[in-house]
Design a binder for this molecule. Structure first.
Ligand SMILES: Nc1nc2c(ncn2[C@@H]2O[C@H](COP(=O)(O)OP(=O)(O)OP(=O)(O)O)[C@@H](O)[C@H]2O)c(=O)[nH]1
Ligand SMILES: Nc1nc2c(ncn2[C@@H]2O[C@H](COP(=O)(O)OP(=O)(O)OP(=O)(O)O)[C@@H](O)[C@H]2O)c(=O)[nH]1
Ligand SMILES: [Mg+2]
Ligand SMILES: [Mg+2]
Lengths: 292, 278
């Protein structure tokens, strides 16, 4: 009985020096609004707020810091941990050419990013081959060829009716013959609900066995990002993401949603229309941007 | 969303979630949910069917009075300027518009004012060839305003009914690119004071709240007469149109429902609202 009443008094004392439920709820209300406005998925926000509340409850108050600010710090750290690791590099093949397959929704920036990645890897002393496997979109092959010319990287194209999996397969054979150590596959944009086109992507992956399957996502994606990313990941087991058009003012909250549902890391970000405009991903920068 | 059950707070949260996941956005969701709660208080609804029906009504009311028709010039050509951020669907939408007007018996001309992006002109040329539509273009890297000027000139001399101008994708945050667009508008106006008769912002339905910022900025810089919501054939709902219409008074004129030249429909508010819950 004595130990019980003692611990009651003790905990009462501690209560005055810890974050209260009021402190936490007030701050989290604002965080919820900010994250939703930043396009983080509704359910991901709810889950995230609940996790933060658990972490924040009963935390000892830090001297000279307002309780609200302390909660924000918990939020910030939790977001960094979610969006991490600090940098997830590309993984390369240990024998034979590394195959990198770009995929994603229409207009997300795949073709441009293929060019950017090729230039970056060339700058690292590698010998890339670009593959124009989008035979659907008008002038898609030409688009990749123009980019290849700009950076003096060869582009494998095939205009005699071969389907994309065949084009990619022959590109791989060509790469081995020409001593190319990276093969970058540009694929047509497609909806995750388009079963025949998703099957085509699975077929390309089956015949080329990519070392890296990268989902290219627009930074301005909204709530639906979870649906498309989940689908692509479930069907292809992607290795990572590239977030494009980060040079705009979209808050990029979809990135958090995508990370939450796929668990896959963001490897690079696109920061402009020029072929040099690709950077390594830094979670802390995106988190500050997300919190507005 | 399960129908035929009694209404409780959980139900309201579910409806709110549907609106959020449709990219309706915080402000608009709050506004609509408040009206729904008020309606529920004043006329106690029995079950979720009634509540859902009432919500759809509120959403449709939110879009009423929207003028989705096109403004035709008194004397041809009618000039349509198509703008938007990178990859939203502008060039493909222009092909669809071209087909639509051609099927109505109109003579159409395209202007290739994206002189910057790799193979942009080739892309539009392929669409033009498929449709048998003339394409006015200069060399890669030419000044978009001078292409626009020549295109208006050509449209006038070729007795064209509709001139559709394709522009390069540009993020609204890039001042120099927005100024480039403004120059295209001014040059067109010089030749035809009432043009462009329509300035259409093509939005990607998968875009979140940034679509509202895009609409605000493009509207501020060059004026907008309408929005085309592209890629609505995916799972994204394009709910941002409520905010765009209520806050900026910009109507939706068309929706893009695929990658083929037939995949364009006039905006239908009732169908759009139903699609949000489909
Ligand atoms: N500002 C900016 N624009 C970008 C970035 N990445 C790509 N773009 C632009 O976005 C548009 C679409 O890029 P594409 O490379 O054609 O996109 P895609 O995914 O290959 O498109 P589809 O093949 O049709 O699915 C183009 O105008 C690019 O220049 C970026 O990081 N920043
Ligand atoms: N599913 C679907 N795809 C579309 C729709 N509209 C356009 N697309 C696709 O989106 C991609 C980009 O379309 P574009 O017409 O090149 O877009 P854009 O705005 O002209 O792009 P930039 O000129 O690079 O800024 C292409 O793959 C199109 O086929 C649509 O309504 N539905
Ligand atoms: Mg492409
Ligand atoms: Mg275009």
């Amino acid at each position: 009985a004595i130990t019980q009443s003692f611990s009651k008094v003790f905990s009462g004392l501690l209560q005055r020096h810890r974050l209260t439920d009021e402190n936490i709820d007030e701050a989290l209300k604002e965080v919820r609004t900010a994250l939703l406005a930043a396009d983080v998925n509704f359910r991901v926000v709810r889950q995230f707020i609940d996790n933060v509340r658990l972490k924040a409850v009963g935390q000892t108050l830090i001297q000279n810091v307002r309780p609200g600010e302390q909660v924000i710090k918990v939020v910030h750290d939790e977001l960094i941990e979610l969006m991490g690791p600090k940098h997830s590099p590309l993984e390369f093949s240990t024998e034979g050419p590394t195959v990198i397959m770009m995929c994603g929704l229409q207009g997300s920036g795949k073709t441009t990013t293929c060019g950017k990645l090729a230039l970056r890897l060339k700058g690292q002393g590698r010998h890339p081959l670009l593959v124009a496997a989008d035979i659907q979109r008008p002038a898609a092959v030409r688009q990749l060829q123009v980019l290849g010319e700009q950076i003096s990287v060869p582009v494998h194209a095939n205009t005699n009716g071969t389907a994309p999996p065949g084009i990619c397969q022959e590109a791989l054979t060509k790469a081995k013959g020409d001593g190319k150590d990276v093969v970058i596959l540009d694929t047509a944009g497609r909806l995750h609900i388009d079963d025949p086109l998703m099957k085509e992507l699975e077929e390309i992956a089956r015949v080329t066995r990519p070392h890296q399957i990268l989902l290219v996502c627009d930074a301005m994606l909204g709530q639906d990002a979870v649906n498309s990313a989940k689908s692509f990941n479930e069907r292809l087991a992607i290795h990572g993401l590239i977030l494009t058009k980060m040079d705009g003012d979209a808050r990029g909250g979809a990135a958090l949603s995508i990370k939450q549902v796929t668990g896959k890391p963001i490897k690079f970000i696109g920061v402009g229309e020029k072929i040099e405009d690709i950077e390594v991903f830094h979670p802390d920068r995106l988190v500050s941007r997300m919190l507005g | 969303f399960r129908l035929r059950r009694p209404i409780d707070p959980q139900v309201l949260e579910e409806l709110e979630e549907i609106l959020y996941s449709a990219d309706v956005g915080g402000e608009e969701v709050a506004r609509v949910m408040e009206r729904l709660q008020a309606a529920h208080r004043e006329k106690r609804m029995e079950d979720t069917d009634q509540l859902l029906g009432r919500l759809k009504e509120e959403l449709k009311v939110g879009l009423q009075g929207m003028d989705s028709g096109l403004r035709w010039s008194a004397a041809p050509p009618t000039v349509l300027l198509v703008v938007g951020v990178n990859g939203s669907g502008k060039t493909t939408t222009i092909a669809k518009l071209g087909k639509r007007f051609q099927d109505e018996g109109k003579k159409v001309v395209f202007a290739a004012c994206d002189t910057f992006r790799a193979a942009a002109m080739e892309q539009l040329q392929i669409w033009a060839d498929r449709l048998g539509i003339d394409l006015v273009h200069h060399q890669q890297g030419a000044d978009p305003a001078s292409v626009a000027f020549d295109a208006v000139q050509a449209a006038l001399s070729r007795k064209t009914d509709v001139l559709i101008i394709d522009t390069a994708g540009r993020l609204h945050t890039k001042d120099h690119l927005m100024r480039e667009l403004d120059k295209v508008v001014r040059v067109v106006k010089k030749k035809l004071p009432d043009a462009p008769h329509e300035t259409l912002l093509v939005l990607d339905a998968t875009t979140g709240q940034n679509a509202l910022t895009q609409a605000k900025t493009f509207r501020e810089m060059i004026g907008l007469t309408g929005v085309v919501m592209a890629k609505l054939d995916g799972t994204a709902k394009g709910g941002i149109v409520f905010a765009i219409y209520n806050q900026l008074q910009v109507p939706v004129k068309f929706v893009g429902l695929g990658e083929k030249m037939e995949d364009l429909e006039a905006f239908d508010p009732a169908a759009f609202v139903e699609g949000m819950f489909g």
